[in-house]
Design a protein around this ligand. Structure first.
Ligand code: NOS
Length: 305
């Protein structure tokens, strides 16, 4: 069996592709839902529908925090469409979420797979922060936390802040200070190496599989939005992060650095990196990656049915 992972997701557009990749590349023990991209109920429905569509209905979905710790955020329907899936009017999923709460599920799985469990955190870090606050010893049991979050300077939500860290800066700070073994994939890295350019998009459009059709429908609004921001195609931060977690050899350059999160005023949610840090480093920060290997793996998975 593959590596044991939980995917923590605010399911909209690219999150669904991250779900697809993690279901194919890892032993996906569950998806936990957290407040972020679009309204909570749409996120849950998007996740349930995606798992059914991807033929992995047996993967449990756990409901987590319905708001960030401080509760101040806005959703981004302009990025993903109002329902988060490019306003695709897909059929109602039959699958339902588990009764167990996401925070309890994360803690339970960290005990069942002590030293083995990895968390793919592609969303605001509220669920993981709450799990840590409930039982700080989780930090010694989780093997690795892969985080999509933070911007060095090109914030996508405020001039300074990337969305996931901006939604819940307190949670990001709690997780980064908790002592987990963390790798961060920052926004700028995903804009550079996680783009599905027009040529690749067209390949997917003409592929003619059920999965390629899903990809196009779910990410259409994301593509329009990304292009309106000056990108050469749709930006896929979450699926790139899952891919790099799977194939660490596709990380071309990274550095161990001290990372902190700003929680005040206009720079709230900003990521502060001490480029000269040495022994006080708390995260591995990805700087360059192999975008071609990511795209090739995605294309191969999308062509499977
Ligand atoms: O403009 C955007 N493009 C791609 N993803 C976005 C955007 N805005 C918010 N997110 C969401 O926040 C993280 C990236 O910052 C991703 O996890 C994605 O789900």
């Amino acid at each position: 069996m593959g590596r044991k992972v939980i995917l923590d997701s605010d399911t909209a557009s690219d999150d669904t592709i991250a779900i697809l990749l993690s279901s194919r590349l890892f032993d996906l023990l569950g998806v936990t839902i957290v407040a972020g991209n679009v309204d909570y109920d749409s996120q849950v429905k998007n996740c349930l529908f995606s798992l059914e569509y991807f033929r992995c209905s047996d993967v449990p979905v756990f409901l987590g925090s319905k708001r960030p710790i401080m509760g101040q955020w806005r959703t981004v329907p302009e990025v993903h469409g109002k329902n988060g899936l490019g306003d695709w009017d897909y059929p109602e999923p039959k699958k339902i979420p588990e009764k167990e709460d996401a925070v309890d599920a994360i803690l339970r799985l960290s005990r069942e797979y002590d030293g083995e469990l990895e968390v793919l955190a592609i969303s605001p870090l509220t669920n993981l922060a709450l799990a840590y606050l409930k039982d700080p010893s989780i930090a010694t049991r989780v093997k690795k936390v892969w985080i999509m979050g933070g911007a060095f300077s090109r914030g996508n939500t405020t001039p300074f802040a990337e969305f996931n860290f901006w939604v819940d800066p307190e949670a990001a700070k709690i997780v980064l200070d908790a002592g987990f073994d963390v790798t961060i994939v920052p926004w700028e890295v995903t804009e550079e190496y996680g783009v599905i350019d027009t040529e690749t998009w067209k390949k997917i459009e003409t592929m003619g599989t059920k999965l390629s059709e899903f990809f196009v429908r779910a990410n259409r609004t994301l593509r329009d939005f990304s292009i309106s921001q000056g990108n050469p195609g749709s930006v896929h931060p979450d699926s790139l992060t899952v891919y790099l977690a799977y194939d660490n050899s596709s990380v071309i350059e990274s550095r161990r650095l001290r990372v902190d999160i700003e929680t005040c005023s206009k720079t709230r949610g900003g990521m502060i990196v001490d480029w000269y840090s040495k022994e006080n480093a708390n995260a591995e920060v990805v700087l360059k990656a192999d975008g071609k290997k990511f795209r090739d793996t995605l294309l191969s998975i999308l062509s499977s049915f």
